[in-house]
Ligand binder design. Structure first.
Ligand SMILES: Nc1nc2c(ncn2[C@@H]2O[C@H](COP(=O)(O)OP(=O)(O)OP(=O)(O)O)[C@@H](O)[C@H]2O)c(=O)[nH]1
Ligand SMILES: *[C@@H]1O[C@H](CO)[C@@H](O)[C@H](O)[C@H]1NC(C)=O
Ligand SMILES: *[C@@H]1O[C@H](CO)[C@@H](O)[C@H](O)[C@H]1NC(C)=O
Ligand SMILES: *[C@@H]1O[C@H](CO)[C@@H](O)[C@H](O)[C@H]1NC(C)=O
Length: 445
């Protein structure tokens, strides 16, 4: 599709402002998705008209996540909600998932760059997401909906009483709010709240709902109890996966293809600094994920060790499963020797001080260090994705214990077809006794 390919070379010459404008063009081009079946989104010509959409009983599902949660857990919550939307559609409802704009994440602290109201198209390929479940950007929702109004917000919460008699059962009930409500009524009687930094957004009604169970337990409520057009689930992380690591999970995960410009930056970095190319490394990628199926073990990876060394809040708690810098570097050296690799790529969120120490201990490490200009373009989320993409192409990967950042790299490598032995590895703490390694989750196609 010409309009998708066209914007990619552009990023090297345009300013941040026109870069965003290009993305808007891309998303507008997709706003007519309603009549395109998810399975032919890669080939279909988009000829829908608004009238067709209006004639159908279109409904919108929006969601948000507890503010402190990070980028990579949010990607996991997307999978749960996409699964709910699939259930709703299977049951005949014409539901569309509205992508919650990115921003104000606790970890995204690069100064002086504007990191709210970021559309998904800046980080992920919208066509790819579309091929899994119908999605639209929030701005498109506002346009289609005729204004920034959400009919009903359901704030999800657990049950105040916990599990009654210690017995687990799946249930949903309207209940009084347990925590202080993060929405307040304005003079006109509308509810105001964070709404991803879209201050103009208002909700017509907000209620709390206790929910215990997998995402699709919300389906009957959304189909039967609630009849309004747009519904937002806040604190959506309350819901569990319908079927973790099942076919549906993997379909959605595979559809979360990184935006092409970020992959291209990662690829040229690999070529320039790591002597890594898809041809030589047998890392073949098809932007159309529905056609991407690679045999495990077929990917060789670039001639470097890929490291994700999570620091900051992971070391503040003095966790015993996270190594000291010295311990980490010792492990890195031994792996380079063992796998006969003379280069190491390090992705880390280490602070200035630790980074200085790490550079001293490991002077030859290769890092993706964006210029201020690049950072403005890609933002902290884009830089994290580039780091993940480069780690995903390494001959051997070592991550950090229970970091969702590392987990997302595991999945990316699984998709690329790496031997699990080269993927499901983590650092051990310096004094950790039983250093259990990460679980191998096989793709279900
Ligand atoms: N660029 C880059 N950013 C990182 C790296 N590690 C952590 N971060 C940043 O720190 C954030 C925290 O990690 P996330 O995984 O998103 O947060 P989380 O969901 O709480 O996940 P974990 O805390 O890692 O389990 C990321 O979103 C990044 O912004 C890294 O290696 N490279
Ligand atoms: C949904 O409606 C059913 C049937 O009217 C009712 O029994 C149930 O309590 C309602 N659930 C919620 C969460 O409102
Ligand atoms: C708000 O939503 C709840 C739950 O669906 C409903 O019971 C209530 O009547 C609604 N209030 C208004 C004013 O529409
Ligand atoms: C890059 O890799 C190729 C093939 O593995 C090798 O022949 C070549 O010498 C390498 N180049 C550098 C600069 O290391």
């Amino acid at each position: 599709m010409a309009h998708r390919a066209a914007h990619v070379p552009g990023i090297f010459i345009v300013s941040a402002h026109s870069f965003t404008a290009l993305f808007l063009c891309v998303s507008v081009a997709f706003s007519s998705f309603e009549t395109v079946k998810p399975d032919n989104v890669f080939s279909a010509s988009h000829t829908a008209t608004a009238a067709v959409a209006a004639a159908r009983d279109l409904r919108y599902l929006l969601y948000d996540v507890n503010p402190p949660e990070g980028f990579n857990l949010r990607r996991d919550v997307y999978i749960r909600i996409a699964s709910l939307v699939k259930t709703l559609r299977k049951e005949g409802g014409d539901w569309v998932l509205v992508l919650p704009p990115w921003g104000r994440l606790y970890h995204w602290q690069s100064p002086n760059i504007h990191q709210i109201r970021i559309p998904w198209g800046e980080f992920f390929s919208l066509t790819s997401l579309q091929a899994n479940v119908p999605v639209i950007e929030y701005e498109e929702f506002i346009a289609e909906n005729g204004g920034p109004f959400i009919d009903q917000v359901l704030v999800l919460q657990n049950y105040a009483e916990g599990w009654t008699d210690g017995k687990w059962e799946e249930k949903v009930d309207e209940r009084p709010c347990i925590e202080k409500l993060m929405y307040s009524k304005d003079k006109q009687g509308f509810y105001r709240g964070w709404f991803w930094g879209h201050e103009e957004t208002r909700a017509r009604n907000v209620t709390c709902m206790s929910a215990q169970g997998h995402a699709s337990i919300m389906a009957p409520i959304l189909q039967k109890n609630i009849t309004v057009t747009s519904v937002m689930l806040d604190r959506a992380e309350t819901l569990l996966h319908d079927h973790y690591a099942g076919k549906d999970y993997w379909d959605t995960r595979r559809s979360m293809v990184f935006a092409k410009h970020l992959r291209l930056i990662g690829d040229s970095f690999r070529a320039k600094y790591l002597n890594s190319s898809d041809d030589r490394d047998h890392t073949f990628y098809n932007e159309d994920w529905t056609r991407m199926k690679v045999k495990l073990g077929s990917a060789k990876g670039g001639p470097y060790l890929g490291i994700h060394l999570r620091r900051k809040d992971f070391i503040w708690g003095h966790r015993e499963d996270v190594p000291s810098l010295k311990g980490a570097v010792k492990k890195i050296h031994s792996l380079m020797k063992k796998h006969k690799l003379d280069k190491v790529f390090v992705a880390t969120d280490a602070d200035e001080e630790e980074l200085k120490e790490l550079k001293k201990l490991l002077p030859d490490m290769v890092r993706f260090e964006p210029s201020l200009e690049d950072l403005e373009l890609f933002k902290d989320g884009g830089v994290a994705i580039i780091d993940q993409w480069i780690c995903a192409h390494a001959r051997y990967f070592l991550g950090t214990s229970v970091s969702t950042f590392s987990f997302r790299i595991h999945e990316e490598r699984e998709i690329l077809g790496f031997d699990p032995k080269t993927t499901y590895n983590r650092f051990c703490g310096d004094t950790e006794k039983e250093c259990e390694q990460p679980t191998h989750w096989k793709i279900v196609y």
